[in-house]
Design a protein around this ligand. Structure first.
Ligand code: KG4
Ligand code: ZN
Length: 362
């Protein structure tokens, strides 16, 4: 089955063509970051308008790159939540309208399920069951994954998401949005151990996260350092030293919780997904931890850690193959629980399968 994937939930327009026999045929990504940068964050209305401008031309482009005629498409998958309502509506309406015109099934995909399944696009994909750490700009969640749609929330952030904390600390350090990759780059010049920040919620049992106190600790340290300096501003080396201490606190916190989740579930595979899973330090420290646990770590290549169309095409394709699809109503959701998703029921199996009968046409 050949599926077009459309991602427009936030500030990236992503489109891709995935074929269940041949794998990913092509993907295109356009980031609006420059447009939002001067506002210091995403302006939802500007995001929606830009998706309107970009999505259709990008669909033409990705079909050409995939060597696929539009009439060869057998399904359409679009992100239907969680995300910015206006932005989601662009991809959902376009996807729905195309599917109707082509008389093929369409399905709304949960953005975090897309992230969670992105490592399946790699040459050595994880096998179910596994523990997934979803770390993006909007979510920090530990999930027990027994198959597609078989999700049990083990713990999540009570306040800021890990990516959000990176972005806010980036702003405090005078870095452009999004702060995550920039804080990580600055941390490379940092002196380990000059500052130490708390590892929130690690000194008591449980798998919940909280990053807002850590953010406050960084703000206080920067204010102290500014007061100590003769010029009243924090010098570049001190900023790098704060960046490395912050990154280490986030990484160690995530690693402690991941180890606990593996122990609690008895699972031997850990999948990390979402923008923060591109963080090199996180990957290195998690790898050391899973090696000690005789477990394995999986993640997507960098471009599929952050938002993209390929993960949506893949996730949608698995559900369409199982006969699932949405009706003609266009539904988008700003909030949407991962646990509420239906499981796959392909020949009694809940794992991805390419042997399902074709989905019903609408
Ligand atoms: O998954 P994603 O593209 O969007 C959401 O679904 O939210 O994640 C974006 C987040 C941003 O907060 C960004 O700062 C963070 O991922 N991020 C990183 C890195 N690359 C992206 N955080 C830390 N280190 C990185 N290398
Ligand atoms: Zn995302």
């Amino acid at each position: 089955m050949r599926v077009l994937g459309i991602e427009t939930s936030c500030d990236e327009t992503g489109v891709a063509v995935y074929d269940s026999q041949r794998g990913l045929l092509a993907d295109c990504l356009y980031s609006q970051i420059e447009m939002h940068a001067k506002y210091g964050g995403i302006v939802p209305e500007l995001a929606s308008r830009d998706h309107i401008r970009k999505t259709l031309p990008m669909i033409r482009e990705v079909l050409a790159l995939a060597g696929t005629e539009i009439k060869e498409l057998e399904g359409i998958a679009y992100t239907s939540g969680p995300g910015l309502m206006g932005a989601l509506l662009v991809g959902a309406s376009l996807g729905r309208a195309l599917a109707m015109g082509l008389n093929i099934p369409a399905i709304g995909v949960h953005h975090m399920e897309g992230h969670l399944l992105a490592p399946m696009l790699e040459a050595d994909p994880p096998q179910f069951p596994f523990v997934a750490l979803l770390v993006s700009g909007g979510h920090t969640q530990l999930v027990e994954v027994k198959g597609i749609g078989l999700y049990r929330m083990l713990g999540e952030s009570l306040d800021d998401a890990a990516g959000e904390a990176f972005d806010k600390v980036g702003k405090m350090l005078g870095l452009a949005y999004p702060g995550g990759p920039r804080v990580a780059a600055l941390a490379e010049a940092g002196t380990p151990g000059r500052f130490t920040f708390p590892r929130p919620m690690t000194n008591r049992p449980g798998l919940e996260f909280s990053f807002s106190g850590l953010k406050t600790a960084v703000r206080n340290t920067l204010a102290e350092q500014a007061a100590l300096s003769a010029s009243g501003v924090v010098d570049e080396q001190t900023k790098a030293d704060v960046a490395i201490a912050f990154e280490e606190a986030v990484v160690q916190t995530l690693v402690i919780k991941c180890r606990r989740a593996l122990e609690a579930t008895g699972m031997k595979s850990l999948v990390i997904a979402g923008g923060v899973s591109a963080n090199q330090r996180l990957r290195v420290v998690l790898q050391e931890m899973v090696d000690k646990q005789r477990s394995r770590l999986f993640y997507a290549q960098n471009r599929f850690c952050t938002d993209n169309g390929a993960m949506i095409a893949y996730a949608g394709c698995q559900r369409l193959l199982a006969g699932q699809h949405d009706d003609l109503q266009i539904i988008t959701r700003a909030r949407w629980s991962l646990e509420s998703l239906p499981p796959l029921t392909v020949s009694g199996s809940t794992t991805a399968s390419t042997s399902a009968s074709p989905p019903a046409q609408q």
